[in-house]
Write a protein that binds this ligand. Sequence first.
Ligand code: IPM
Ligand code: MG
Length: 357
Amino acid sequence: MTKKILILPGDGIGQEIVAEAVKILNALKANHGLDVELIDGLVGGAAYDETGSPLPEETLAKARECDAVLLGAVGGYKWESLDISVRPEKGLLGLRKELGLFANLRPAILYPQLADASTLKPEIVSGLDLMIVRELTGGIYFGQPRGVRTLDSGERQGYNTLVYSESEVDRIVRVAMDIAMKRGKRVCSVDKANVLECTEMWREVATKVGADYPEVALSHMYVDNAAMQLVRAPKQFDVMVTTNMFGDILSDCAAMLTGSIGMLPSASLDENGKGMYEPIHGSAPDIAGQNVANPLATILSVAMMLRYSLDEPAMAERIEAAVNQVLDDGLRTADIHSDGMTKVGTAEMGDAVTAAL
Ligand code: IPM
Ligand code: MG
C-alpha cells in the first residue's frame, strides 16, 4: 500500500535542505520501487504568513493521516517579535504534542571522513556512536503553570514548571532500554536529582524500569557532569536518556562532537512508531537562500524515516551508503569543509547523494 509522507519545509534553510531530501525520495521512487506519495504542507513562519497560525488545522489533519512527516526547520528573525503563542517554534512544539511524539532519537555518529572537522581531537571522537533519547512532549517545555505575571510590587516575574508523571518517565526510559538492547546495552539516565525533586523521581522510575532489563547496564549522571563528560570522553556513552530540556541542550553539544550540527538527523516517535523526522539543527536564517546549508542531516533523516516508520531498512542503508560515498569522494559543504576537499553547495550535495544512490 502506498505510504503517505507529509513534507513540511518550514523556514530559512528548511526550504533548501528539504528540497534535497525530496530529490532522494523521488529517486528512490523512480528507480528503487519505493511506494510513497509526498504531500506538501505549511508549518512555522511560512504557515503564519499565509494563515495567521504556525500550525494550521489543515497541516495537523494532514500530519495525522500521513504515515510519516519530514520537517525542515522553523523560525527566523522575521517572526521573533510575534507573541510566543504564534511564533514558528509553537508550530513545531504543537506537532510534537498533538501527534504524541514523545520519543526523540538523536544519534550522534562521527563519520570517519569528518574526524578533522570536529573541534575536539580526533582520538577523542573517532568511532563515536552515541544515541541521545530525549523526552519530547513533557517537562518544562509544556508544564503548567507558565507565563509572566506582575507582582504586587509592580515587578514582573517569569515562571515555568518542570513536571513529569511516572508514566512519562517509564515509557521514555523503556524506549532507551529497547534501543540499548540492539546496541551496546548501556544506558545513562541524565537528571539533576541532587536539586530538582521532579528529576529525583525520574531517577527512581528509571531505576525501576532498569530492573526489567537485566542485560542493560543502567547508570545515572547529573546533567552538568554529563555536559562535561560529553566533551571530555564522549565514547563512554552508548545510549543517554533524559528530559526534554536537558536533551535539547545535550544533543546540540553532542552534535558538535561529530564536526557539524549539519550532519545530524533525528526521529520523533509516538507509541506506535509513527514519526516525524527532522535535522536537529535550526533554520539558520543567516545563511538561508544562499545554497550553502548542509542537506545531509535532512537526507539522513529520510533514512531514519525509512527505517523506523516505513519498514524499508534496505533503502535506509542505501541512503547511508550514498552519504558515505560522497564524503569518500571529498565533497563537503562549507560547514564541514577542510583543506584538500571539494566545496559544494546545498543542491550539488543533494545531487551527488542522489547520483550515489
Ligand atoms: C530542537 C530545537 C527546538 C527545541 C526549538 C526550535 C523549539 O531547538 O529541536 O532541538 O527546543 O526543541
Ligand atoms: Mg535544540
